[in-house]
Structures are given as structure tokens and as C-alpha cells.
Design a binder for this molecule. Structure first.
Ligand SMILES: [Zn+2]
Length: 511
């Protein structure tokens, strides 16, 4: 009989001894954890952001939530927040951070807020009330009537809910023990970009397309999990980090597959557990497998349950493996840095053509061409106000784990680069965090042989090609300046002094 080693144990034993907590260390550091959540479901009839045009919610499937974890090492508090939303703008995060500072004193830079990128969430953007309203009449009309915009009432609800959840989690903090590990789920997420026979890269070329040569980028199958238990061993909650677009669309208002991660984790770990989901770098990764040879459902309820159920089950496996090796997760550190990254500028010829096209009735021209012409016109207005984007990058350390966050729909390769470049035993790449700056592809994707949906120049996605590398370098720089805390482990076994089990310490009895 082969004895199967649990995953967490395998990972812990693979770490340098210096990183493993010494059970005989003199004084254990303080570690407190608290979790809370709030409902931020939009109403049926509200705008459903998700594409470059308008859509409206017609049904309800499951609640969209804000889920918050607050950790405290006695010196520093950090708040890690996930929200079921397509994205979150910097102004919304700034308002929530300000309210949090006023109400429970956590420093604004120590609050990380990341949007799950559910395409079934509320009207949180893209454009905010008043934004681009000083533009010309054409731009104002295009933004208001043809582009995804935020609902001021919904924004106020989200800002309040983030502050409520963080302050409630802070007030609920108890003496805790934590653990961190990676699981692996490699059957639910696929790179959606492919090198084609024509030498270019296409996004979603179509299932079974014979012109597909190979995927143009990687996936990241690691499921990052940080769990927390109270002093008596009751499970409090966890953070789950996984890279896959939340585009399964189970039908109606929904957290998308994150709903099924939560359902799966709560099924075993308890209904009160809070499951904070942080999306990894999934700008080019979705649940759709363009190379699957079978007729299978890649959207809807079945797909949503498949992705969330499997990622959730993997998170449960990791938590079970961690449960007996928990300890204080310290130190806690949060650092932010601001980068100035220029936008790509459309040529005057392209812009002129776009202006001519948007003047026409969208019904009389190619709707895709019209939509992206509209995007160029709106981008031009944006560039006039803000030619250079202020990009906040953030590192939040929780003991042996570091969360490296940026506001991009960042390509998966960058997430792998962050993991490779960070000396932390556990690195959680977090996208869509603290603001929204659109797709940020690799330089390769924006170079010869590149292309595809994410490289289109729009009011949403428009950083210059080196932007992605600049963000990665800055995040690795932040991680490099931090010293990983010890990885909790079960107490070391004392030297063997006993006797073998008397029933079992015998030679075979053949007669
Ligand atoms: Zn996306």
C-alpha cells in the first residue's frame, strides 16, 4: 500500500529550513484575523457591464458580494478585499479607503481591493459620473448612450459596502492561526490566444478551427490559498487566488464561478466561512477551451459549476492539508508605488476614419467596426485629459505570502514572471486591483505576429507596449524589498524513543 503524502506537507518539506517556523522559537508573534462580507447585488434592469456596448440585467442567479479579510500582527493591519464586479475604478477604491481610514483607522495603502471580473455584476463603470462630460457633443453622446457607464447609486452602495465589510472584519478579529499553500487545478482554464497559420495571433479563433497552430501564451494552474482558523481550531475564512476570466455566465446577476468556489468551500469548512477571491493574471485566460474536440457546454450553469467547483475543491484540499500546520502569519507589510505609463495614441488617419464611421447609424455599417471606431473616438478624448496613466502597484505581505497587485487585466505570463522573480515561498499575483487600466498584454502580443482582441486600441486598453514589463519590474522590486516571514509547520517530531506496535512487529506467520 502506498501512503499518499498530502500536498501541503510536500510543499513545506520542499522549502529551505530557514523559512520554516521553529516550533521552539521563544515567543510566537501576534496574529489576528477577521472576515466579513456584504451583498452588492445590482437590481434587475441595471446596466450589466462586460462588453464595449450596453447590456441590462434581466434575472438574478446568485448574490454579488464584497468579501473582506483583515489581518493584524500587533503593529500593522492589512485589509484584503475581493468584490464581485467586472472591475473597480481608482476613484471608487479611494472613496472606500478614505471611509475605512475614518471609521476603523486602517491606512489607505494597506487596503487591497480587487475585482473578480465577473461579467454578471453591477454597473460599477467603466466611465464614472461626470467623466468626459466636458468633451464635445459627440463624445458625450457616445459615452452616455453607447458605452458602459457607472450608476451613481450603485457606486455609493459599493463604496459603503467595502468600508462596512472591512470595518466589520476588523471588529471581528480574533487570535488566529494561519497557513498558506498552493494547490493545482489544470482542467478548467485555457489561454484564449492562438498563433494561427497566417502568422498572426487571434483571440478565440473558434472551437475546432483547423488554422490554430498553438496557444500563444500560458495558463497558471496554481490555486493559491491562505486559510485562517481561530485559537480553538474553528475555520474563519480563506483567500483563494486563481487565474481565469469570470465569463462562464450561469444566467443572470452572479458572482460567476466564484459563487461555486464559495459554495464548495463552505460545504465542508462551514457556512459561516468567508471566501475572499482574488483573480490572478488572467487577461488572456478563460474557461473556454478552443481546442476541445467535443461538443461541451463552455458557458452557463454547467460551465460555472465546473470551474468553481473544481477550483473550490482544490482549495478545500489545500485547507485540509494546512489544518494541522497552522501558526501566526507575520510580519504584515503593505507598500504601494505609482508608475506613470503613457497611452498609445491612434494615428490621425485612423482617428479621422473612426470619426466618419461613428457618424453613421450603427445598423447600416459593420457593428464590430462601428464599436471599435467609437472606442477610438472616446480614447482620443481620454488622451486629451490624461495622456499618461497613473498606475498604482501594491505589495501586501502576510507572513510567508506576498500579494502582488496591479490594476491591469494582465497577461498570464506576467503572473508567472512575478512568481519566478519573487523570493517569497508563496506569491499571489492579483489583477484588477485598486483601479482599472484595461488589458495589458506582453510586448510580444503587441509586436509582429501578435494581435487579437486584447491588443485592440480602445478607451479601456491602451498602454504603450513596454507598460506590462514596467509593472512587473515594479512589483518584483516591491517583493524584493520585503523579507518573507516563516512558513508555519506542525511541531517537529521528537527523537524516536518508543517501541514498535506490538501487534504489528512480527515476522509473517505461515503456520
Ligand atoms: Zn476581460
Amino acid at each position: 500500500m502506498v501512503r499518499f503524502k498530502p500536498l501541503g506537507f510536500v510543499l513545506l518539506t520542499a522549502l529551505p529550513l530557514s523559512l520554516v517556523a521553529n516550533a521552539s522559537a521563544t515567543e510566537a508573534p501576534t496574529f489576528k484575523a477577521g472576515f466579513a462580507e456584504r451583498d452588492v447585488s445590482p437590481e434587475v434592469g441595471m446596466e450589466q457591464p462586460g462588453g464595449y456596448g450596453k447590456a441590462y440585467h434581466q434575472a438574478f442567479h446568485d448574490p454579488c458580494k464584497v468579501r473582506a479579510a483583515v489581518f493584524d500582527d500587533g503593529k500593522t493591519r492589512v485589509a484584503i478585499v475581493g468584490i464581485d464586479a467586472l472591475f473597480i475604478r481608482g476613484a471608487t477604491v479611494a472613496a472606500a479607503r478614505k471611509a475605512i481610514k475614518a471609521r476603523c483607522g486602517i491606512e489607505p495603502g494597506s487596503v487591497l481591493v480587487s475585482a473578480s471580473h465577473t461579467h454578471s455584476g453591477g454597473p460599477i463603470g467603466y466611465f464614472l459620473p461626470g467623466e468626459l462630460e466636458d468633451g464635445d457633443a459627440l463624445v458625450r453622446t457616445l459615452v452616455k448612450e453607447k458605452t458602459v457607464i457607472a450608476d451613481p447609486k450603485y457606486l455609493a452602495k459599493v463604496e459603503g459596502a467595502i468600508a462596512d465589510a472591512v470595518c466589520e472584519a476588523d471588529a471581528a478579529k480574533v487570535e488566529a492561526r494561519g497557513g498558506v499553500a498552493y494547490g493545482v487545478e489544470d482542467k478548467v482554464a485555457f489561454n484564449r490566444r492562438f498563433t494561427m497559420k497566417n502568422g498572426l495571433t487571434f483571440t478565440h479563433p473558434g472551437q475546432g478551427n483547423p488554422d490554430i497552430v498553438a496557444p500563444a501564451g500560458p495558463t497558471d494552474p496554481q490555486v493559491g490559498v491562505l486559510g485562517a482558523w481561530d485559537a480553538k481550531g474553528a475555520f474563519l475564512g480563506c483567500i483563494v487566488n486563481f487565474a481565469c476570466h469570470a465569463t462562464t455566465g450561469p444566467g443572470g446577476i452572479s458572482a460567476d464561478y466564484i459563487h461555486y468556489i464559495e459554495k464548495t468551500v463552505r460545504g465542508l469548512m462551514g457556512e459561516k466561512a468567508v471566501v475572499v477571491f482574488l483573480p490572478g493574471m488572467a487577461g488572456d485566460v478563460t474557461q473556454v477551451d478552443n481546442r476541445n474536440p467535443h461538443q461541451i457546454k463552455q458557458f452557463g450553469e454547467v460551465s460555472s459549476r465546473f470551474v468553481g467547483g473544481r477550483v473550490g475543491a482544490e482549495a478545500v484540499k489545500v485547507l485540509l492539508a494546512l489544518e494541522q500546520g497552522t501558526g501566526p502569519l507575520a510580519p504584515l507589510v503593505a507598500q504601494t508605488k505609482h508608475l506613470a505609463i503613457p497611452r498609445r495614441v491612434p494615428s490621425p488617419e485612423r482617428l479621422g476614419h473612426a470619426r466618419e464611421l461613428v457618424a453613421k447609424d450603427p445598423k447600416t455599417v459593420d457593428p464590430t467596426e462601428w464599436t471599435f471606431a467609437k472606442e477610438l473616438v472616446v480614447l482620443d478624448a481620454r488622451i486629451k485629459r490624461e495622456p499618461v496613466v497613473d498606475v498604482e502597484v501594491q505589495a501586501v505581505q502576510v507572513g510567508p505570502a506576498v500579494f502582488l497587485a496591479c490594476p491591469a487585466e494582465y497577461f498570464c505570463q506576467f503572473g508567472l514572471d512575478l512568481k519566478a522573480g519573487s523570493k517569497f515561498p508563496f506569491t499571489f499575483p492579483v489583477s484588477m486591483a485598486n483601479d482599472s487600466i484595461g488589458y495589458v498584454p506582453t510586448e510580444e502580443a503587441l509586436g509582429p505576429g501578435g494581435g487579437g482582441y486584447e491588443t485592440r486600441l480602445t478607451s479601456y486598453s491602451n498602454l504603450t507596449p513596454k507598460g506590462g514589463r514596467t509593472i512587473a519590474d515594479a512589483l518584483i522590486g516591491l517583493a524584493t524589498g520585503l523579507k518573507p516571514g516563516p512558513v508555519p509547520a506542525p511541531p517537529a517530531l521528537p527523537a524516536f524513543k518508543g517501541v514498535p506496535w506490538a501487534y504489528g512487529s512480527v515476522a509473517p506467520e505461515l503456520d
